[in-house]
Design a protein around this ligand. Structure first.
Ligand code: SF4
Length: 339
């Protein structure tokens, strides 16, 4: 996750809540992608360090556990600088230009000059994030599958150029068979649910739209934000019936409210039996119930503790990534010959 500041409910439901479950099933690596931030925020880097701490706090608040998972900062693990360089040597330019987010981001962030080498090479950083840990799986939502496919293709190309040769058992006819093993295994996707989560203006919840409800927002802030949230435009007056299926507040209820509350919302909205203020109060109650334990966990960590957790996690990640780099350099026949 990029260090963009405090995380919001969209980040929580789309990623963190899934990650918390995955850490009980898999050996997981979660990191704060400060090098990724440089690809778009290179002109002003002042927010990256403080935001790294905020994101780490939100990781821990959500329930990521440094005893179970490795939680680290990308720039503190130097192999994240080295592998992208090697991958860049073999990545065809057309592959990089075809990554869907390349054109999209250039259009969305038109106020920034993204015609840079770093921005074009962003998929190499991302592929390295996965391949350095010889990952079996990458948890992503539907919209990010193309990124993993890019990583798989790049790994295949690397393995073709630089096979890891080793000698296996004698075959049936008595010859020693040479096995070609992959240095960079192709990762598979674990599709994680990412429910549709609207922001206060009805568009997708996103920091860039300024429509977020933060994981760290206190109850009065949540209530205030919901008060101004857009509703079904057909409900102009209190007496007009509405439809929760076309109301962003209805979408929030679908994700966070109990089936009983949801039934009351459908009934009350469609018959104009309840007003939007009451409906929003119910939504606020549901959100506060989710957010309270998260915020209680957040309050337990001091800045010094978070810094220590990140340093320790970065050490562990570095050791694991370095193992991969030893294999990568050997397969590429880099370094001094020992013969
Ligand atoms: S009652 Fe609720 S679901 Fe219906 S329009 Fe108002 S806020 Fe939306």
């Amino acid at each position: 996750m990029r260090p963009t500041g405090k995380l919001h409910l969209g980040n929580y439901m789309g990623a963190l809540a899934n990650w918390v479950k995955l850490q009980d099933q898999y050996e997981c690596y979660f990191f704060i992608a400060d090098l990724h931030a440089l690809t778009t925020d290179y002109a002003d880097t002042s927010g990256i360090a403080p935001n790294t701490l905020e994101v780490a706090l939100d990781f821990l608040a959500a329930g990521l556990d440094p005893q179970k998972s490795t939680i680290f900062v990308q720039s503190q693990v130097k192999p994240h600088f080295e592998l992208p360089l090697y991958l860049g040597m073999i990545a065809p330019l057309g592959w990089l230009e075809r990554v869907p987010s390349y054109k999209e981001q250039q259009e969305n962030l038109s106020q920034k000059d993204l015609t840079t080498f770093g921005f074009l090479g962003y998929p190499l950083l991302m592929a390295s994030d996965i391949l350095l840990y010889q990952a079996d799986f990458v948890p992503v939502g539907q919209d990010q599958q193309a990124h993993v496919e890019f990583t798989r293709e790049l790994a295949r190309r690397f393995n073709n150029f630089y096979p890891k040769a080793s000698f296996g058992e004698h075959s049936e006819i008595g010859q020693v068979e040479q096995l070609h093993l992959d240095v960079l295994p192709e990762p598979k996707v674990v599709l994680t649910p990412s429910p549709k989560l609207p922001g206060t203006d009805g568009r997708k919840m996103s920091k860039s739209y300024g429509n977020t409800i933060l994981m760290a927002d206190a109850e009065p802030v949540v209530c205030q934000k919901l008060k101004t949230m857009v509703t079904d435009p057909a409900r102009v007056r209190r007496t007009d019936p509405g439809d929760p299926d076309i109301c962003p507040v209805g979408d929030l209820h679908k994700v966070f409210s109990t089936p009983e509350t949801m039934a009351n919302v459908y009934e009350g909205c469609r018959t104009a039996g309840i007003g939007c203020i009451q409906c929003k109060n119910w939504a606020a109650d549901a959100l506060v119930q989710i957010l309270t334990p998260i915020q209680e966990r957040r309050a337990r960590f001091s800045e010094a503790q978070v810094t220590e957790i990140l340093a320790e996690g970065s050490n562990r990640a570095r050791a694991r990534a370095e193992q991969t780099m030893v294999e990568v350099r050997a397969a590429m026949q880099l370094g001094l010959s020992t013969q």
